[in-house]
Ligand binder design. Structure first.
Ligand SMILES: [Zn+2]
Ligand SMILES: [Zn+2]
Length: 205
């Protein structure tokens, strides 16, 4: 508790990786829900994903509303788990034996089967999905399940170094490096306690 100063508590590995899953979820824009995932082995991050439109299609929000499937789901997006597994495949990352941290509900049936087939051995989620069949498949195939209790991890970085004033950025970069995140004078990440609506607050003040 005290290493790192008063009021500091080192997060557990579960908190750390659940926070990454929640952070990934902030990139999702679908009004049907935002889901993030972190695939991890031996306490190292292998891949992240969030539910997002395929192949560079516009964000759900960018289209006003997204196309829906017959049962009312979002037709635009690949699910967070699908994206994480696809990107691992694209870059040749072996997912055998990984743990899957999910920011919200347990996986849908397709994602459960995908996780089983990619070698995932453990799935940690914050709420059981209404369809219990995916959990049956996971259990039957020997995948461990765990419920992450308590609120979503919330990240606030109390930066000991004040940000460089924007006016000084060009001089500091001296034309030798690009200036990234230039409009962001302050950055705060807040995950609220509901399962799927983490928000990023960006202050430009
Ligand atoms: Zn959508
Ligand atoms: Zn799914």
């Amino acid at each position: 508790m005290s290493d790192g100063g008063p009021g500091y508590r080192k997060p557990s590995w579960d908190e750390y990786f659940m926070a990454m899953a929640v952070l990934a979820a902030t990139r999702a824009t679908c009004e049907r829900g935002r889901v993030g995932v972190a695939l991890v082995r031996e306490n190292r991050l292998l891949a992240t994903g969030y539910n997002g439109p395929v192949g560079g299609n516009p964000d759900c929000r960018g289209q006003g509303t997204c196309r829906r499937t017959a049962d009312g789901g979002c037709a635009e997006t690949a699910h967070a788990e699908q994206n994480a597994v696809a990107y691992a495949a694209r870059y040749g990352v072996d997912l055998t034996g990984c743990t899957c941290y999910l920011s919200g509900y347990s996986p849908c049936l397709m994602c459960a089967k995908l996780l089983i087939q990619c070698g995932c051995r453990r799935v940690i989620f914050r709420k059981p999905y209404r369809d219990t069949m995916p959990l049956e498949f996971l259990t039957e195939t020997g995948v461990e399940l765990a419920l992450y209790v308590g609120p979503a991890p919330s990240i606030t970085w109390a930066d000991p170094e004040p940000p460089l004033p924007m006016s000084q950025a060009p001089e500091a970069a001296r034309g030798q490096m690009p200036v990234v995140n230039a409009p962001l004078a302050d950055w705060e990440f807040v995950a609220n306690d509901t399962w799927c609506w983490p928000v990023v607050r960006v202050s430009t003040g």
